[in-house]
Ligand binder design. Structure first.
Ligand SMILES: NC(=O)N[C@@H](CC(=O)O)C(=O)O
Length: 446
């Protein structure tokens, strides 16, 4: 099969250098003068990236694609289209579908749907416990050995509360270099919780979700991970105290990684004053001081990655009273703009840092091969696969969820002005987004 070669011209690579980038046959063939020189003989199509940033394709460790079972909210097809439009070339599909992704059959189904869609690579996450019920371990080994090659396991949406089960899960996944991604929420401390526990929750009369409910589980789990010598990943860290615990664990050499969502880096509990359920999310939006600690933690490497926790919900689950509304926000299509606003425009991260937290590090955590793409200094390297995202940081836009590609409209940024726009995305060298519009999907060869 012959493939189209592309020369991305005039863009800035994450190291801050203006470089042409040549893609051919699914590879980043050359960067810089070599790329320009080789482009002619390969009849490369030129893609003008002047003034734009050329990033390695983004990798999300935390995406809810909802299929099977909640196709009214999202499907693998619509969710991966949204991922591509957001600049993601890999997503990890959380297991809280219906049925739950707790068998080799279900993870293979999601993996296959991802391949058929062709908008980005889909890596299914396996459930830790059968039916997310927290009672007995799911078929972790069978999911790892399946065609989906699952390495990440999570009951996300629900905490693996039982310490014995958590210990066994951590021990079990070691044999195939897997890891457990914990949704850290002590269930008894958050029974009926509706928002962050604070002065504001008393004012608003909503049951509070205290920071200690997250922090106590993270503290327990880093100790368990240490005890059994296994890998723990902490989903959607949301409090200043959690950052402190993870910093402490890392200083002791414990194998823990952590993610923060874009919304926890930008939004605070103050938005709940509106009683608009679009701001209802788990874990809840916290205080300004937490937002600042999360930004600092991401900048200094305590928090390793950004995970979107893209959680689409149909209109009826959100356009209702606060107390009965579903928790969750869409996030794939606004992630990079929110990171620009909260981390880059504030001087906390440069583009090499963005490449690190949104591409290289999540790829390394998940064991993907995309990790060779960019060095710590942000130098883009010749590598396979050619997963590239071109981003224009100069544009600003008022967010209109009606224009989003995801099937759901529950974006908390509606009406906000955010910077930046993803203009082009290459998936294994195939141009899936062109000039900020979906192009054609990549058809897997086998
Ligand atoms: N993040 C959310 O608010 N919602 C998630 C699950 C969860 O993590 O609670 C969802 O699946 O909707």
């Amino acid at each position: 099969m012959t493939t189209q070669a592309y020369l991305i011209t005039g863009g800035t690579t994450p190291d801050g250098v203006r470089n042409d980038v040549l893609l051919d046959a699914g590879e980043v063939l050359a960067v810089g003068a070599d790329a320009t020189a080789q482009a002619v003989e390969r009849s490369a199509e030129h893609v003008d990236a002047t003034g734009r940033i050329v990033l390695p394709g983004l990798v999300d460790l935390h995406t809810h694609l909802r299929e099977p079972g909640r196709e009214d909210a999202e499907t693998v097809e619509t969710g991966t289209r949204a991922a591509a439009m957001g600049g993601f070339t890999s997503v990890h599909a959380m297991a809280n579908s219906t049925p739950v992704a707790d068998t080799a059959g279900v993870v293979e189904q999601v993996w296959q749907l991802g391949r058929e869609a062709g908008w980005c690579d889909v890596h299914p996450v396996g459930a830790v416990t059968v039916g997310l019920a927290g009672e007995k371990l799911a078929e972790l080994g069978a999911m790892a050995a399946s065609r989906a090659q699952v390495r990440m396991f999570s009951d996300d949406g629900i905490c693996v509360w039982d310490p014995v089960l958590m210990r066994r899960a951590l021990e079990y996944v070691k044999s195939f270099d897997g890891f457990i991604a914990q949704h850290a929420q002590e269930p008894r401390l958050t029974d009926g919780a509706q928002m962050n526990e604070s002065e504001l929750s008393s004012v608003l009369g909503l049951p509070g979700w205290p920071a200690v409910a997250e922090e106590s589980i993270i503290a327990r789990d880093v100790l368990l991970a240490d005890h059994v010598g296994s890998r723990l990943h902490v989903c959607h860290v949301s409090t200043a105290g959690s950052v402190e615990i993870i910093r402490w664990a890392k200083s002791r050499g414990i194998q823990v990684t952590a993610e923060v969502t874009p919304h926890h880096l930008l939004l605070t509990e103050e938005l709940v004053r509106s009683y608009d359920p679009v701001f209802k999310v788990n874990p809840p939006l916290r205080r300004e001081a937490d937002v600042m600690a999360l930004r600092e933690g991401l900048a200094d490497g305590t928090i390793d990655t950004v995970g979107t926790d893209h959680a689409p919900h149909p209109a009826e689950a959100k356009q209702c009273e606060w107390s009965v509304a579903a928790m969750g926000m869409t996030g794939l299509e606004t992630a990079l703009p929110v990171i620009q606003q909260s981390m880059v425009d504030t001087g906390l991260l440069d583009w090499a840092g963005v490449a690190r937290v949104m591409s290289m590090t999540p790829a390394i955590i998940a064991g993907l091969t995309d990790q060779g793409l960019v060095s710590a200094e942000g130098v883009l390297q010749s590598s396979v696969p050619a997963n590239i995202t071109v981003y224009d940081p100069r544009e600003t836009r008022v967010v209109d969820p009606e224009q989003h590609t995801t099937k759901s409209r529950n974006s908390p940024y509606r009406g906000m002005t955010l910077p930046g726009r993803v203009t082009d995305v290459f998936l294994h060298g195939h141009r899936v987004v062109a000039d900020a519009c979906l192009a054609t999907p990549r058809r897997a060869s086998s």
